[in-house]
Ligand binder design. Structure first.
Ligand SMILES: NC(=O)c1ccc[n+]([C@@H]2O[C@H](COP(=O)([O-])OP(=O)(O)OC[C@H]3O[C@@H](n4cnc5c(N)ncnc54)[C@H](O)[C@@H]3O)[C@@H](O)[C@H]2O)c1
Ligand SMILES: [Zn+2]
Length: 378
């Protein structure tokens, strides 16, 4: 399909000189060459970071597209397939591979990040520090990366038991979401992305939340069935919401960008403490339930919020709780205190105050936090 065909959607992330387009559609990969040139990217060297699974599926297609667009060198580097790959050691291996392949300052590569959030986060960080920054293009291959991690320029690796603690802000030049690539994604990973979609609805957009709820949840079923029109429509709404937040608070200094952390204070801690038994989206689903209980305990949220959120998460096949295990609560508590937003002895919580609305709170008493965390460990 031609990327300029009517079913493709273009969203601009407005960041002055760092602005860039996000393209969403089915079959966009084949049209990547003209898009790059249209965006002024004239390089002929490419460094493609992917992982073993995604590389086996899509590297050759991407390579053929790049060669067709005039790239004379296309270097491939792969990460391991899981979240545990998002670490300092893999990051330095990527830096070594870039330096080894492109030692000449006159032959700087354009970096392509072909994969999910792990490839995008680690690769965006490496692209930002190699030679003080080389341009990069995000080609998200998971729903989660398409709706969230590939847009906004937060790139990082996990370190010292803390999620995303080593990182920078580094915006891509272009994001190409070929949602056709999601056909090979497992149902579990698709649901993980839907968790972030529900997050956007729950705290950023009543319209999106109600669209997901509506029509006997047929909209969710259409997403789960990977119907291209549904994927493009919903993903584009999420990207527009994210672009608006990022445009107002690119460097996370004004508190506005915190909205995207709904469910993440407990979710991140659970993701790490449960030794990655949950995907990121699953951990965030449980984290959203914990944050909702917290908001309810503080009398901040109308009574119907929790059952509506719960019902959407259940319909999407996402967990509402996680099985308790000896020492798990204590590990979560310790990890929450290592959260990158932990300051002056308090966690920052993004709490819902109604569908599509939120408030940040830093003054939540520990016993209230404990009760909310315990409530999601069963
Ligand atoms: N930077 C941000 O703003 C931001 C936002 C949200 C999440 N994140 C980060 O994103 C990460 C999670 O991203 P994710 O959910 O994409 O996980 P992921 O990158 O680990 O991908 C999930 C799995 O899906 C497989 N996969 C990817 N694309 C596939 C495809 N098309 N077909 C078949 N298999 C495929 C991968 O091999 C992997 O095993 C977390 O580290 C999280 O912290 C970052
Ligand atoms: Zn997330």
């Amino acid at each position: 399909m031609n990327p300029t065909s009517s079913s493709a959607v273009r969203v601009k992330v407005e960041l002055g000189p760092r602005s860039y387009p996000v393209l969403l559609g089915d079959g966009l990969l084949e049209g990547l060459g003209p898009l790059l040139r249209e965006q002024g990217m004239t390089q002929t060297n490419a460094f493609v970071l992917t992982n073993a699974q995604v590389g086996a599926l899509y590297f050759e297609r991407l390579e053929a597209v790049l060669r067709g667009a005039g790239f004379t060198r296309v270097v491939r580097h792969e990460l391991p397939n899981t979240e545990e790959a998002k670490n300092w050691e893999e990051f330095t291996k990527v830096c070594s591979a870039m330096l080894e392949a492109f030692p000449d300052a006159g032959a700087v590569p354009l970096v392509f990040l072909l994969g999910g959030g792990v490839v995008g986060d680690l690769g965006g960080f490496a692209a930002g520090v190699f030679r003080r920054g080389v341009p990069f293009v995000q080609i998200p291959t998971t729903l989660l990366a398409a709706v969230d991690s590939s847009v906004g320029g937060k790139v990082a690796v996990n370190f010292g038991g803390v999620k995303n603690i080593m990182g920078i802000f580094n915006q891509p030049r272009l994001v190409v979401c070929d949602l056709g690539l999601l056909r090979t994604l497992s149902d579990r990973e698709l649901r993980s992305g839907i968790s972030e979609v529900i997050k956007y609805g729950a705290v950023c957009s009543r319209a999106l939340f109600e669209q997901l709820e509506g029509d006997g949840a047929r909209n969710l079923d259409r997403l789960l069935a990977r119907e291209p029109a549904a994927l493009i429509d919903i993903a584009a709404q999420c990207v527009r919401l994210k672009a608006a937040v990022v445009a107002q608070d690119e460097f996370d200094k004004k508190g506005i960008r915190n909205v995207l952390n709904f469910g993440h204070t407990v979710g991140h801690a659970l993701e790490l403490s449960a030794d990655y038994a949950l995907t990121h989206g699953e951990a965030i689903a449980v984290g959203m339930m914990a944050a909702t209980r917290l908001a309810a305990a503080l009398g901040m949220v109308p009574r119907d919020f929790a059952p509506r959120l719960q019902s959407l998460l259940e319909r999407a096949g996402l967990p509402l709780s996680h099985r308790d295990a000896p020492g798990l609560f204590e590990r979560i508590e310790r990890t929450m205190q290592l959260d990158k937003k932990f300051r002056e002895g308090r966690n920052v919580f993004v709490l819902p105050t109604g569908i599509g609305q939120w408030q940040q709170r830093e003054d939540v008493p520990w016993d209230t936090v404990h009760a909310a965390v315990r409530s999601v460990l069963v």
